[in-house]
Design a protein around this ligand. Structure first.
Ligand code: UD1
Ligand code: CA
Length: 456
């Protein structure tokens, strides 16, 4: 059977108090609706229909995919009315799964449970049992425990309000039945809305056996209507990711202070200290140590490398056995070969440090290629920018750059060459040469400091 996923994303989200449509608010730096779309994609559906209302342009700009069909719901007249908008798209004999753009933590595993539970029937509901069911539609069952309907909080009587099994909103239905049920909906209820949930009683009356499944975890079906709930979903997702990493053998010093906004893969015996933020795609080798307060984005860190506290690393490659930081900044195109080191207040951009080379303190390396086992002294600056153009610096194997030197690019420093401290180097230095380019020291004996003219 073909599979269609319908995602409801038309709500404005007034309580977000935002110009952004609700479903574009982010969890782990990814719009909520994109989480839902990605989970839907994991089931390899034949079609995904995105029902949008508010902020259609913003949505279509933010969310891409050839597999998405955009379906507009001009007025938000209820969840049933929202799903009615896809009737023209429905094909015969499809399974249709209904998801919500503001319920981002739903897992593939829970969806598979729902699909499996309802394989032999034309309607299945994802329900859960809550000690505090307030606000949710209640699942009504008869004496044989068969589902006979869903009653919304605002329409429920005292006896129904006492039911603890609630509707998560997520369901699966056969397209032909769904179409016929949707066409029969009315808005004759407390909220004057077309309730999707009313199809359940219709199905029961037709004698359909209504299947139910439960999510692995209640947080999976929570939505975000305000910033507080958004923050709580963020924490829940971070906790889930932290647990997965720990299960894989990563040490997180405090899983409550771990944030991954993207995809992190880690080798064995990796240690991640507090307040590390991982963004985009990050790969950590075996035995990598990440000290506190590091931000690492789209980077690869090799085995046995230590990233010391407060380092910021973006689009960089760090090989094995390196030491980075504390307070290092690796900008896009920074590359460290094995056993290279960058220390505090060193910034690198589009630059490579060869094997075993060091820049230990207060240095800027931009558009620079450094060979192996070179030493870049404290305060070295590659002057790679003349205000208009960028130029390259080359530093050979074993070179020693004295402290507080400026290397004015384009310039090349040869192998085993030495630059005297405080030099401003504007011309190439050959292999093995010493270059000193600074004012000569003069010592003047008997020199008097200026005296105050007022004589005070
Ligand atoms: C709905 C269910 C309720 C369930 C609860 C779970 C109905 C009638 N009730 O209630 O049984 O317990 O979800 O959270 O379905 N939406 C549209 N277009 C509309 C109306 C809603 O896209 O015209 C979207 C909203 O943006 C939201 C979702 O559908 O993401 C749910 O709508 P909402 O009105 O919040 O339903 P609930 O009252 O929470
Ligand atoms: Ca709701």
């Amino acid at each position: 059977m073909k599979l269609r996923v319908v995602i409801l994303a038309a709500g404005k989200g007034t309580r977000m108090r935002s110009d952004l449509p609700k479903v574009l608010h982010k969890v782990a730096n990814k719009p909520m609706v994109e989480h839902v779309i990605d989970t839907a994609r994991s089931l390899k559906p034949d079609a995904i229909n995105l029902i949008y209302g508010h902020g259609g342009d913003q949505l279509q700009q933010a969310i891409a995919g050839d597999d998405l069909t955009w379906v507009e719901q001009r007025e938000q007249l209820g969840t049933g009315h929202a799903v009615q908008q896809v009737i023209p798209h429905l094909k015969s004999s499809e399974k249709v799964i209904i998801l919500y753009g503001d319920v981002p933590l739903l897992t593939e595993s829970t969806l598979i449970k729902l699909v499996t539970a309802s394989a032999n029937t034309s309607l299945g509901l994802l329900t859960m049992t809550l000690a505090e069911p307030m606000g949710y539609g209640r699942i009504v069952r008869n004496e044989c425990r068969s589902v006979t309907g869903i009653v919304e909080q605002k329409d429920a009587n005292a006896q129904q309000l006492a039911i603890n099994e609630v509707n998560t909103g997520i369901m699966i239905a056969d397209s032909d039945k769904l179409k016929s049920w949707l066409e029969q909906l009315s808005n004759d209820n407390a909220q004057k809305e077309y309730y999707l949930t009313d199809i359940v009683a219709m199905a029961a009356q037709e004698g359909v056996n209504i299947a139910t499944a439960q999510p692995d975890n209640a947080q999976e079906v929570e939505g975000a209507n305000n910033r507080q709930q958004l923050a709580s979903l963020e924490r829940a997702l971070q906790q889930r990711q932290a647990e997965e990493l720990m299960t894989q053998g990563v040490t997180l010093i405090d899983p409550a202070r771990f944030d991954c906004r993207g995809k992190l893969s880690a080798g064995s015996d990796v240690i991640i200290d507090i307040n590390a933020v991982f963004e985009g795609s990050v790969v950590l080798g075996d035995r990598v140590v990440i000290e506190p307060n590091c931000v690492i984005r789209n980077s690869v860190i090799g085995d046995d490398t230590v990233i010391r506290a407060n380092s910021h690393i973006e689009d960089a490659k760090v090989a094995k056995g390196c030491k980075v930081g504390p307070f290092a900044r690796l900008r896009p195109g920074a590359e460290l070969a094995d056993e290279a080191q960058v220390g505090n207040f060193v910034e690198m951009k589009k630059s490579r440090l060869g094997k075993g080379s060091k820049a230990s303190h207060l240095t800027y390396l931009g558009d620079t290629q450094v060979g192996e086992y070179a030493n870049i002294g404290a305060g070295t600056i590659t002057c790679n920018y003349d205000g208009v153009n960028k130029a390259l610096t080359e530093i050979g194997d074993g070179a020693f750059i004295g402290s507080n030197s400026s290397l004015v690019a384009p310039v090349a420093i040869g192998k085993n060459a030495t630059v005297g401290a405080g030099s401003v180097i504007t011309r190439a230095v050959a292999d093995e040469e010493l270059a000193v380019a600074r004012g000569k020291q003069r010592n003047i004996s008997g020199w008097q400091r200026p005296q105050s003219k007022k004589g005070s």
